[in-house]
Design a protein around this ligand. Structure first.
Ligand code: ZN
Length: 473
């Protein structure tokens, strides 16, 4: 069906113009004033803002952890993303020890393809580097997979040595790929965890105390140096500290190809939240930090030192022993209670994917910290560019997919587990009121969400073939 979006505020990364936007089939064909209606259905957009569908660079669905899995799958997580205005989601597929990358890719693609509700791709975690893996990496861009992820923490499980990270960076540079990196100091964490446990400290706060800010700064400094000497691009996921942010900013100033992502939880919460009675719900890695770090990260978003906002969405039930009603069924998935007597057994992660756009709008744009253009860059334009999806995604331009959010700046929405769509039993932003929310959300010209009503379906989401040699932003 052809749709003419008439007279909305169309936000691009350079300007906001009152314009019409014509969609034919699944593509935007023109943006301009007084476009002819011809045979299109007209949607009156006066008073509304037209945004590109959000691009979520970082989520984990059905991720196995300890004795459970993260509680959103590729349907429920995608649907929650869409309710919040996000129409493209990137998840991770993780190499199993001793296996090829392809095995995990095939498994993840099969899992997602049946149920995906928005468009999607995967980043490929390299956790067990070998000559075979080195030979395998160049085949990934042919499948549209252009990003690898490595870790400097989780010793003995996910971590690669600096030498291996350097090799992965070189191979990725030669093949037009990008390396993403989880930055924490694995050695320091192991030392501090062993000491805390032997001293009998088991509460959630010790999750944060054993993963200190200086570890992020030290490991970040090393990783940036390795990337600089390889002349390779490096995308640092979930930056949490002012210290690492400063490293990124100064590396960028001297021309290094380093980019950073942060997440809503690191803008809103602190280590103190782990001291609450439900502190386990705030356990994520890296951990929450301080108010000074929150402030520095907001500043990094506005001054351009940080390129994207992802969520690292990875929910677990607060009380997986008690069923909730979800999609008309009783459901319980083991969760945070697994770590009741040992902070190292608390599943790491939290629910956020639905709130990314509205939180950043209300507390960023409306609060005067971010322009609308910067909001679009952070939530869709930059992730689309960096991950090889631009201009198909991340912009409202002729030729782009008709992924369109009709954003109503006057809708007041109170965040609550009772009206959120993420499959879990709690919400960290419970009771927070935001002003500005999606009225309608379209994916490739197809209406997914209309005034809070779900019209999408499992299996409609497409796997996205991403382009290599994406720009460094
Ligand atoms: Zn993550």
């Amino acid at each position: 069906m052809n749709i003419l979006f008439r007279g909305g505020d169309v936000v691009t990364e350079t300007e906001t113009i009152i314009a019409d936007l014509l969609v034919i089939g699944d593509k935007i064909v023109s943006v301009g004033t007084d476009l002819p209606v011809s045979d299109a259905r007209v949607v009156d957009c006066s008073g509304l803002i037209l945004l590109p569908g959000g691009v979520e660079p970082h989520a984990h669905f059905s991720l196995p952890m300890f004795d459970t899995i993260s509680s959103d799958d590729h349907f429920t997580g995608h649907r929650a993303a869409a309710f919040g205005g996000t129409t493209t989601v990137m998840d991770f597929t993780s190499q199993s020890p001793g296996s090829s990358l392809q095995q995990s890719i095939d498994l993840s693609r099969t899992q997602a393809s049946q149920i995906a509700a928005v468009d999607y791709s995967f980043h490929v975690n390299v956790t067990d580097f070998s000559n075979d893996v080195a030979r395998e990496i160049p085949s990934l861009p042919l499948q549209g997979l252009t990003t690898l992820k490595v870790f400097t923490a989780y010793n003995g499980r996910l971590r690669l040595s600096d030498d291996e990270i350097s090799k992965v960076l070189n191979i990725s540079r030669e093949n037009g790929m990008l390396v993403m990196i989880h930055i924490e100091d694995g050695d320091e964490i192991d030392r501090l965890v062993a000491r805390a446990l032997s001293d009998g400290y088991t509460d959630p706060i010790w999750h944060a105390r054993t993963r200190p800010a200086h570890g992020e700064v030290i490991a970040g400094r090393r990783a940036i140096s390795i990337a600089e000497s390889s002349k390779a691009g490096l995308y640092i996921v979930h930056v949490t500290t002012a210290g690492l942010l400063n490293q990124i900013a100064s590396a960028r100033k001297r021309g290094a190809h380093v980019m950073g992502e942060t997440c809503p939880q690191y803008l809103f919460f602190t280590q103190e939240d782990l001291l609450r009675p439900d502190g386990a719900n705030w356990v994520c890695s890296p951990p929450l930090r301080t108010v000074e770090d929150n402030d520095a990260l907001w500043k990094g978003l506005s001054d351009g030192s940080i390129q994207t906002v992802g969520t690292d969405h990875c929910p677990f039930f607060a009380d997986g022993a008690t069923a909730i009603e979800f999609d008309g069924q009783q459901l319980a998935i083991p969760g945070k209670e697994l770590g009741k007597s040992d902070f190292t057994r608390i599943p790491n992660g939290l629910p956020a994917i639905e709130h990314r756009m509205s939180l950043l709008w209300h507390f960023g744009v409306s609060a005067g910290k971010l322009s609308m253009q910067r909001f679009v860059e952070l939530t869709s334009g930059n992730p689309a560019r960096i991950f090889g999806l631009y201009p198909r995604k991340g912009t409202l331009s002729p030729g782009s997919d008709a992924d369109i959010v009709l954003w109503d700046p006057s809708i007041k929405h109170t965040i609550s587990v009772t009206n959120s769509h993420m499959r879990t039993d709690h919400d960290l932003w419970e009771g927070v009121e935001v002003e500005g929310y999606p009225l309608q959300v379209y994916l490739r010209g197809h209406l997914l969400v209309d005034r809070g009503k779900w019209l999408g379906k499992a299996g409609y989401g497409q796997f996205l073939h991403r382009q290599a040699n994406a720009p460094i932003m």
